[in-house]
Design a protein around this ligand. Structure first.
Ligand code: FAD
Ligand code: MLT
Ligand code: ZN
Length: 554
């Protein structure tokens, strides 16, 4: 196989000038004469370009589907905290006050609506809030918080409720402050690419808006159909493009936030450079609603580039995946826009549980799969780079097989394999989810160690953002079982800490890991975090029991 692929790739280098574009490919069938995988173009035939806008809209549709399906498995919050007795409970006067500010419709006490808002995406964490408020603007939100603070009513900020660590739902009876109605785009500057919008804008809507302007969001994730930019910022979401565009700490230029006492902190700058003292917006990026509520966002968006290529590759061992990443960074350089991996267990789950997924490489079972995306502005240059990279990868045996998307629908189907994993895991049963930063060379050892540890008791699955050193280690079992949990924790945290990793690469700490923070942060650092929390939220009403150990803040 390998020789055939290498020979084919060589041949392609000669054929470069005759590479088809998307419209041509739609009319003609593949003519390479080499093996085909489910109609995709194998590595031997080079990728054709396709229209970015169509490709995006197809992808968005699929991601919408993955964001809505879930199943219930009961609560397994590993942290049991007591309700803070300093907090009040809501009374009739409170309701009258909120209705005066928001009107009856946006003071929600409906049982069904509250049931949904009290439950997280995984159906693992459930609160018992009796009230959800939906402010429409900063002034309303400020009034709400000022009042809650004076009454010591605890609140939980909630965006799209797609968080994976129990941060977006109440633990007890905290008032849910949902930002969905704060969803206006305020301005977009085509020259600078700076977008200013309200926090409740759904990520997918921002992507669609920018697409028409010839720009893209610097972040992209499977939950885009539901998650909000305010939630993304509050979790410092990473996602599929971080390898290219960096974290939100780099792309967010400004924020407006409302503190617990209702004061509005306007830091909504649109400048790339501003060194006038402490850059306080960073405190709110990734603080998971524990310091204040993000109400407006200014974010730098990159231009949409026309040449997008996607390869779905198979590797037999993890060392080959690592070497491939090393090569991709050097040989693809500035056009590399995603480098994702999944293991055979993740692939099996997706193939088994998601109806719409087909294996692009069905001829054999491989241990690892890599999805590589390149995005650039010069089609022939990009192709030349990708060809050289793939040729080398095949010749050196790093890649055992592969397929190249030849149109937007194939590109979407490749992406759907990777992005469908969380949904497939939900369908498979109970899932213990860990989101770790680790040195790339050590990362998969943890998956293997966990497999040895759990034996046949559970299915251990590894996937994630390999290009960012971010492993999603998931343990899938028919149902939640304390014996399995006891095998996983604290082992997984100790292992990560021993290798100087982070116990939360991108999902945050939420309720799930608030008490585990010391595995990744020194006690002095945690103490400083608690002092900052105390300064900004002296009554501790903002998203209590999350992020910081309860003993330090109550
Ligand atoms: P929510 O879930 O509503 O809230 C998340 C946290 O932010 C909570 O602590 C909440 O209190 C706080 N919060 C929300 N809005 C505000 C606000 N305006 N001000 C202050 N605090 C606020 N994460 C990644 O990093 N990368 C991924 O690739 C990724 N993929 C995902 C795929 C799927 C299918 C799912 C279900 C989740 C995924 N996530 C991923 C996790 C999740 O963190 C992100 O979906 C997203 O950033 C959360 O946004 P949200 O609006 O749903 O926030
Ligand atoms: C992903 O990368 O798919 C998300 O972070 C969600 C998950 O870890 O399951
Ligand atoms: Zn992720």
């Amino acid at each position: 196989m390998q020789n055939r692929m290498a020979a084919a790739a060589k041949k392609l280098l000669h054929q470069r000038r005759s590479i088809l574009n998307f419209s041509q490919i739609n009319r003609s069938s593949s003519t390479s004469g080499f093996t085909h995988h489910c109609g995709h173009v194998p590595l031997k035939q080079f990728l054709a370009s396709y229209r970015w806008d169509l490709w995006r809209s197809c992808l968005i549709h699929m991601q919408n589907m993955s964001a809505v399906h879930h199943r219930k498995f009961g609560s397994v919050a590993s942290t049991i905290v007591q309700r803070n007795p300093m907090f009040s409970t809501i009374n009739d006067d409170d309701l009258i006050y909120f209705e005066k500010i928001l009107g009856m419709k946006r003071v929600i006490q409906d049982h069904e609506e509250l049931k949904t808002a009290n439950t997280d995406w995984m159906h693992k964490y459930k609160g018992s809030s009796k009230l959800m408020l939906q402010p429409e603007n900063t002034a309303e939100l400020s009034q709400i918080l000022e009042y809650c603070n004076s009454r010591r009513l605890a609140v939980v900020p909630q965006g799209g409720n797609t968080g994976l660590v129990g941060g977006s739902v109440p633990v007890y009876d905290e008032i849910i402050i949902n930002t969905r109605r704060m969803n206006s785009i305020i301005s977009f500057d085509k020259v600078s690419g700076v977008l200013v919008c309200e926090a409740g804008c759904i990520l997918e809507n921002l992507i669609s808006f920018l697409d028409k302007e010839g720009f893209i969001m610097p972040l992209d994730l499977g939950a885009k159909g539901s998650c909000q930019i305010g939630g993304n910022i509050s979790t410092n979401a990473g996602g599929l493009r971080l390898v290219r565009y960096g974290s939100l700490h780099g792309t967010v230029l400004g924020l407006e936030v409302v503190l617990a006492n209702g004061s509005v902190i306007e830091m909504l700058g649109t400048l790339r450079k501003d060194n006038t003292g402490y850059d306080l917006k960073h405190l709110f990026i990734g603080s998971e609603g524990s310091l204040g509520i993000v109400t407006k966002v200014s974010i730098l968006t990159p231009p949409k580039l026309s040449s997008v290529n996607i390869a779905f590759l198979a590797c037999q061992d993890y060392i080959s995946c690592q070497k491939l990443l090393f090569q991709a960074k050097r040989k693809l350089g500035e056009i590399l826009s995603a480098f994702e991996f999944l293991d055979a267990q993740a692939m099996n789950l997706v193939l088994h549980h998601l109806d719409s997924v087909r294996n692009p490489l069905p001829s054999s079972i491989y241990n690892f799969y890599i999805l590589i995306e390149t995005t650039g502005s010069n089609e022939s240059n990009d192709k030349e780079k990708l060809e050289a990279f793939l040729l080398h990868a095949m010749e050196s045996g790093l890649v055992s097989d592969g397929a190249l998307a030849q149109d937007f629908s194939q590109a979407s189907s490749f992406w759907h394999i990777r992005e469908g994993i969380p949904e497939a895991l939900m369908k498979a049963g109970a899932v213990y989810k860990y989101d770790l930063s680790l040195p790339v060379e050590k990362m998969y050892d943890l998956v293997e160690d966990m497999r040895i540890r759990l034996g046949g008791a559970a299915n251990v699955v590894g996937y994630g953002h390999l290009g960012d050193g971010n492993l999603h280690l998931n343990v899938s079992a028919p149902q939640y079982d304390d014996a399995i949990l006891a095998q996983i924790e604290p082992f997984v945290y100790e292992w990560t800490s021993r290798h100087r990793g982070s116990i939360s690469a991108e999902h945050g700490l939420g309720l799930m890991k608030a008490e585990k923070i010391y595995y990744s942060k020194s006690s002095e650092t945690v103490q400083l975090m608690a002092s900052i929390k105390k300064l900004l939220d002296p009554n501790g009403i903002m998203n209590p029991y999350k992020v910081i150990p309860s003993s330090l803040v109550s």
